[in-house]
Design a protein around this ligand. Structure first.
Ligand code: SF4
Length: 317
């Protein structure tokens, strides 16, 4: 691990200002992804700004009837919160499908949104990887790619986003709240938060340098039946080959977001009304532009079957 300096921030704006002004600075909270990456020298921050202790650990009702989740709320706390379990069941289930109990105890809401891909070549510093080392190439495209993206990828990168939580937040239309070095706040719809890889796969979100996530807001509950289905190579402690976050609303329409297939949680609202009636994800347009590799092509029928299974389960409930 490379040497680094460390400080505790006293306020969110101060943390953002320090990150903006200090070359090579990074925020740290739970550290469940960052510390692994630092040990492998994939991430080499010169300075860590600890954003625990900023009061961002609360889950509060909003005036509009929704809920506001502080950036440093632990995944375990969020999954167990009674309001989340009752009104946003898909989020609680997605959180519990991720990682292990020990990791969920440390991992935070913001950190979960910012976790990096699990592409095996990203973690192997002997291999070219445009995400780790821009311009070096992509070993995955001609390599082992069964875990990787089937849609929204580019010639520079076919990595997937590994988060379960983000797939549920996508189906719930969450908004990410941030603050910058000047104290300016903004809300970013989750649909616009994660970027597709394009020519710059190392830029993964629409955050500006130093911008700090302070909370995630969920709109008022939509009711209906919530499901999170995760298909993976082993029953626990594994990332999704395909995951489906689905809500069958009381008016009979559905909402679906798919994980494990793209650089961001994948949702096509225009096709969702057809899905509860039995339309297939391809014909409904969910994956109309898919471009899998030979090794990842199995994910296309897997998405179709997983969406169908989720819809069947919801109808039965
Ligand atoms: Fe790197 Fe992306 Fe290629 Fe994986 S898919 S090797 S993360 S550039």
């Amino acid at each position: 691990m490379k040497e680094f300096t460390y400080e505790r921030a006293a306020s969110s704006q101060e943390a953002a200002a320090k990150a903006q002004q200090t070359r090579g600075a990074k925020f740290i909270a739970g550290g469940t992804n960052l510390l692994d990456l630092m040990k492998l020298e994939i991430e080499t921050p010169r300075h860590l700004i600890d954003v625990n202790g900023l009061g961002l650990d609360k889950i509060e009702n909003t005036e509009g009837g929704g809920i506001r989740i502080g950036a440093s709320v632990r995944n375990t706390t969020l999954a167990a919160d009674m309001r989340i379990r009752r009104d946003y069941g898909v989020l609680s289930r997605a959180l519990l499908a991720g990682a292990s109990g020990q990791l969920r105890n440390k991992a935070t809401t913001a950190g979960n949104l910012l976790q990096r891909t699990r592409c095996p070549y990203f973690y192997d510093t002997h291999q070219p990887c445009n995400k780790r080392s821009p311009g070096s190439g992509c070993a995955a495209i001609e390599g082992v790619s069964r875990q990787l993206a089937v849609i929204g990828s580019s010639e520079a990168c076919i990595a997937t986003n590994p988060s379960d939580m983000a797939v549920a937040m996508r189906v719930l239309d969450a908004q990410i709240e941030t603050v910058d070095d000047k104290g300016q706040t903004r809300k970013i719809p989750i649909a616009e938060f994660h970027r597709l890889p394009g020519d710059t796969p190392h830029i993964e979100t629409t955050l500006t340098p130093g911008e700090l996530i302070t909370a995630v807001t969920l709109p008022p509950p939509v009711g209906g039946t919530h499901i999170y289905r995760k298909v993976r190579d082993r029953a626990s402690y594994a990332f999704a080959l395909v995951s489906v976050a689905a809500i069958l609303q009381r008016d009979g329409t559905g909402r679906v977001a798919v994980g494990g297939i793209a650089h961001k949680p994948w949702r096509v609202e225009a096709a969702e009304a057809e899905l509860p009636k039995g339309a297939k994800p391809f014909s409904a347009g969910l994956l109309a532009d898919a471009k899998p590799t030979n090794a990842s092509a199995f994910k296309l029928p897997l998405v179709e079957r997983t969406v169908a299974a989720a819809m069947n389960e919801m109808r039965q409930r």
